[in-house]
Structures are given as C-alpha cells and as structure tokens.
Design a protein around this ligand. Structure first.
Ligand code: PAF
Length: 308
C-alpha cells in the first residue's frame, strides 16, 4: 500500500512519522509538497520528530510533482481547509477509483469537497493530537489525542478493508486511532473543541492550557460552544459532547499552541471561517443567533488584518 501525505505541516508531519513507525515494511510512505524548496530541505535533513525529549528522524521521500508518483492507495490531505480545493486540483493525477482520499481538516467547511475527487473514495478524519511544526520537517508532538476516520456514505468492502489497514498502521505507530460509523458526529464534536479553543488562544495570545486560568475566556468558550450545539441540534446532528469536554482538551494539550495561534504567529491566514465562521453562517441561515461566534470571527480577523 502506498500512503501519500499531502502537506508536511504539523499534522502531515505527525502522520508521516506515525505511519513510518507503524510500517512493518509492507507499505511505502511519501510526502507530497507543492513547495519545492521545502520538499528539498526535508529530503536533505529527513523528517524530524520530537516527543517527551526523545528525537527521531525518518528518511521519507518528499515529492514535489504528483506526476512523479506511480499511484497512491491512500492520500491523506493535511492542508488548511481554505486550500483543499486547490490541493485536489494539484493532486488530480492521483485521484483514481482505488484511492482513498482522507480529509483531515479542522472545521466543517470541507465536508462537501468530495465532489472534487472524481472516482476516488472520500474518508473524513478528525484528531485531537497536539502537534507543532518548528520548521520544515521538524515536528514537535506536544499532546496525545484521539483520531477517528470514517466514511460519510456506505463504503465498498475493499475501501473498508483499506481503511482498516491505515488504522492498523497508525495504531502500530502509537496513535490512538479508530474507525467510526458516525464520522459526521465526531467532526462536529471536534468542531465544538475548535470553536471553544482556537480563536480564544489567538485573542489571548496564549497556549491552550492558559485558557483554564482565564474566567472570562471560559464564559466566552461556553457561549460559543452552546451556540454551535444549537446549530447541530437544528441540523439533527447528534453530538455527545458537553462544553466542559473542551476544558479537558485544554488540559490534555495544555502545552500546545493551537493551530490557529501557530498560523497567526507565522503571519498566515487562519481557519476562522471554517470554524466559528461556519457556525455563524449556518446559524444565520437557520434563523438562529450566534453572537459570540460572530464576535470571535471579528476579533480574529482584526488580528489577521494587522499582518495581512
Ligand atoms: O487546532 C488545534 O490546535 C487542535 O485541534 C486542538 C485540539 C485545539 C489542540 O491544539
């Protein structure tokens, strides 16, 4: 099985390291990166992985042109939500009927992008692993989380076996990963976490764990999540999650910089539109109020404007 990971950022790098550690020699793992100089740098120095003071280095091949890849059985899409469409065009030579495309984005804006994958089969994923990219191909694994992968539509037996194999690789590499028959509910549960953490870490310029010490941020977190819960309820999406679960994630990833704060510190566009922005957009379209999400979007966009 050839596993191709698109995007060597924090999550892409973490999946590259994990699938390499879990590979018993029967699979091959490659990274695909549209950024030529970064691809060359990782090819020269390897993919470096750091966890609990332990350092490992993997010689994963980083490829720049999709046409140089013979075929991909698995394509992990680890790019930002706003880049998914562009990324699928770039990967189009690899999108054949036996390829599983695994969408790993934060938020919910990517959920209908399976219309851009041609004959390939869509799988959706969600993870609460905390990882930071310290430089090209240098991954710091700050907090262990849970990863769920699943189909939105009933899969063929072959697709379902292939997904089980991916899960086995991730587990063998040390990840707490599992398949789920209710991926949409899992993605919404993760959305609540991102709705409650990401923007607030940007506004307060702090690590996830610091939110536990800020009473006002916790009130804002609760309101933003409860607004998202109302949207899910009206859409009949059953999410077994309480806003306090998000506090648990803050604790488990206390030392992590949220992906949104990492974006801001690197002066990159954030995923605010796919997270709080989607909650606000859906709420408005359903005739609901989501003032806290509107406010968080406005504040993060103001911060983005300072460097855009
Ligand atoms: O986006 C993130 O940073 C992560 O999803 C999470 C779980 C909030 C941990 O930082």
């Amino acid at each position: 099985m050839h596993i191709v990971i698109v995007g060597p950022g924090a999550l892409g790098g973490l999946l590259g390291a994990t699938t390499s550690m879990g590979n018993d020699g029967s699979d091959s793992v490659s990274l695909l990166d549209y950024n030529h100089s970064r691809a060359e740098e990782i090819n020269r120095n390897g993919l470096r992985y750091e966890k609990d003071g332990e350092h490992k280095c993997f010689n994963i091949k980083v490829i720049f042109k999709p046409t140089e890849i013979d075929h991909a059985d698995i394509l992990f899409l680890c790019v930002k939500s706003y880049d998914v469409e562009k990324c699928l065009q770039y990967c189009s030579p690899l999108l054949h009927s036996e390829c599983l495309v695994i969408f790993m984005q934060n938020g919910i804006a990517h959920l209908d992008h399976d219309r851009h994958i041609g004959e390939a089969v869509a799988v959706y994923g969600t993870t609460t692993e905390g990882a930071t990219c310290h430089g090209p191909g240098h991954i710091y694994h700050a907090g262990v989380g849970k990863t769920f992968l699943g189909f939105q539509h009933p899969p063929t037996l072959d697709s379902s076996h292939r997904l089980v194999r991916v899960i086995e690789r991730l587990q063998a590499g040390g990840m707490n990963a599992t398949t789920t028959e209710s991926i949409l509910n899992r993605i919404w549960a993760k959305l609540f976490i991102n709705v409650g953490i990401n923007a607030l870490t940007v506004i307060n310029n702090c690590k996830n764990g610091v939110l536990l010490e800020l009473p006002e941020a916790q009130l804002q977190m609760r309101q933003a999540i409860e607004e998202a819960q109302c949207v899910a309820e009206v859409l009949h999406i059953k999410v077994n999650a309480h806003w306090r679960d998000t506090l648990e994630v803050c604790r488990a990833t206390a030392d992590n910089l949220s992906s949104m704060l990492q974006d801001v510190r690197k002066k990159r566009k954030t995923e605010i539109d796919a997270i709080n922005g989607e909650v606000a957009r859906l709420a408005a379209s359903l005739g609901l109020q989501a003032p806290m999400n509107v406010e968080l979007v406005r504040k993060v966009k103001d911060i983005e404007k300072q460097y855009a």
